[in-house]
Ligand binder design. Structure first.
Ligand SMILES: NC(=O)c1ccc[n+]([C@@H]2O[C@H](COP(=O)([O-])OP(=O)(O)OC[C@H]3O[C@@H](n4cnc5c(N)ncnc54)[C@H](O)[C@@H]3O)[C@@H](O)[C@H]2O)c1
Ligand SMILES: O=C(O)C[C@H](O)C(=O)O
Length: 433
């Protein structure tokens, strides 16, 4: 016999159709001969499940229950999986917050997260989904689809529109929720619209997320949004913030990898592909313009391949990087070996031991051509930074000027208010930089 406990508030919403909808999930666990025992702390309503039937619940509400934020639908049922050898080997539950959870990218990503494709087949996961007021119904739809997918590793789902609720204790925060650009727009044009979101969410992470939360900013322009976010979250190490630049690495690899450093059959690419003009001009431009080209075709920005690149970006941090390899991530430039301006979020070659942290790879080679392009990106990001001075300056808790000493002890920098020049941005324009 399997025993599950339902929370009181779930019971009050319980309709016959919902009761029957419990069966598949319960059955699923039974298939694995898992003894379903109520999660100890959630003493609420107890019901017995015999041969696929749910008996009438009996309420035993507790104080503790009423203090807990409610999770979504069937995810109110949480089980201790005691009997199954396989599940005994599962790791401790991790909490992953995703903003923009009702959007296009999330629609691909969430199902990969829940399936164990990102954190592994032994990693149970709690998903906390942040939407906007406008997208709340759609968010409920997403949660329903997650229910219907019967992912065994997906232990909890909560939905909401308040980042202070949703980011609570998050160990990973995937910040996707932001406006995408439309045809003909530059990413930097989104800064006015999206920048504020990342200041608010940085504040919320600072207040309630795990102190070692890893944050991946996807919403564009992702580098500067990540900078805004980290400046507003001084209680979380700046090193934990990433801007998703992995999509461009993947796009480059699907054309040809970094042609100065990569090898084909053990030989440097430039020895194999002699057409230097193609490498320098067409290849780079192809990667650079790929996002815009896709928007023209689809009428919306890339979603599935972005979700894949988020998966890759996380996996690169939670699995050891193979010998001699590296991955790209937009990280905080604090003592970088390449002479890029400090206090930016800039894409860097990184390696990880698989512990969620990374170190910079110091010996990647550049030629003049690449160096000039890197410098252009740096100029663009410096210009973007000036435009968001009001979001990272006086009001921010992490100083733009002094980034030394223990976290939380920095001196707050003098605010700089710079008017945005109409043509200041967009010289290189299109790549995640
Ligand atoms: N870095 C990259 O490689 C990359 C690639 C593709 C897209 N993007 C960017 O990702 C962002 C999202 O793209 P999408 O295609 O999923 O867009 P989308 O419009 O489909 O979804 C965005 C969702 O975010 C929600 N949202 C808006 N403001 C929010 C807030 N403050 N809190 C929580 N949710 C909020 C919206 O309601 C919407 O549901 C865009 O800014 C896009 O430019 C980045
Ligand atoms: O190009 C965009 O605006 C979306 C995304 O950054 C992409 O590169 O596809």
């Amino acid at each position: 016999m399997a025993v599950v406990e339902l929370s009181p508030s779930y019971r009050t919403q319980l309709k016959p159709s919902q009761i029957s909808s419990l069966s598949p999930r319960i059955l699923y666990h039974r298939q694995f001969s898992v003894q379903l025992v109520p999660k100890a702390a959630r003493a609420g309503i107890r019901c017995s499940v015999v041969q696929n039937q749910v008996e009438a619940p009996v309420a035993t509400p507790t104080k503790q229950e009423s203090a807990k934020p409610e999770c979504y639908g069937i995810f109110c049922l949480t089980y201790d999986l005691k009997a199954e050898e396989e599940t005994k080997l599962w790791k401790k539950l991790i909490t992953v917050a995703v903003s923009g959870a009702a959007g296009m990218i999330s629609n691909h990503l969430l199902f990969k997260l829940a399936a164990g494709e990102v954190f592994g087949p032994d990693q149970p996961i709690a998903l906390k989904l942040l939407g906007s007021e406008r997208s709340f119904q759609a968010l409920e739809g997403v949660a329903m689809e997650l229910e219907d997918s019967l992912y065994p590793l997906l232990r909890e789902v909560s939905i909401g529109i308040d980042p202070y609720d949703i980011f609570k204790d998050a160990e990973w925060a995937l910040l996707i929720g932001a406006k995408p650009r439309g045809p003909g727009m530059e990413r930097s044009a989104l800064l006015d619209i999206n920048g504020q979101i990342f200041a608010e969410q940085g504040n919320a992470l600072n207040a309630v997320a795990s102190r070692n939360c890893k944050v991946i900013v996807v919403g564009n322009p992702c580098n500067t949004n990540a900078l805004i976010c980290l400046k507003n979250a001084p209680n979380i190490p700046a090193k934990n913030f990433h801007a998703l630049t992995r999509l461009d690495e993947n796009r480059a690899k699907c054309q040809v990898p970094d042609f100065l450093n990569a090898k084909i059959d053990g030989r440097p690419v430039i020895e194999v592909i002699k057409d230097r003009k193609w490498l320098e001009e067409e290849f780079t431009e192809k990667v650079q313009k790929r996002g815009g080209e896709l928007i023209k075709k689809w009428g919306r920005s890339s979603a599935a391949s972005t979700a894949v690149s988020i998966v890759d970006a996380i996996k690169s941090l939670v699995t050891p990087t193979p010998e001699g390899d590296w991955f790209s991530s937009g990280v905080y430039t604090n003592g970088n070996p390449y002479g890029i301006a400090e206090d930016l979020v800039f894409s860097m070659p990184c390696r990880s031991k698989g512990d969620g942290d990374y170190e910079l790879v110091k010996d990647v080679i550049f030629d003049d051509h690449l160096w000039n392009r890197i410098k252009k990106s740096e100029e663009e990001l410096l210009a973007e930074k000036r435009c968001v001075a009001h979001l990272i300056g006086e009001q921010s808790k992490r100083s733009a000027i002094k980034e030394v000493g223990p976290i939380g002890t920095e001196v707050v920098g003098t605010p700089i208010h710079v008017q945005r020049e109409p043509n200041e941005l967009g010289s290189v324009g299109d790549t995640h930089i």
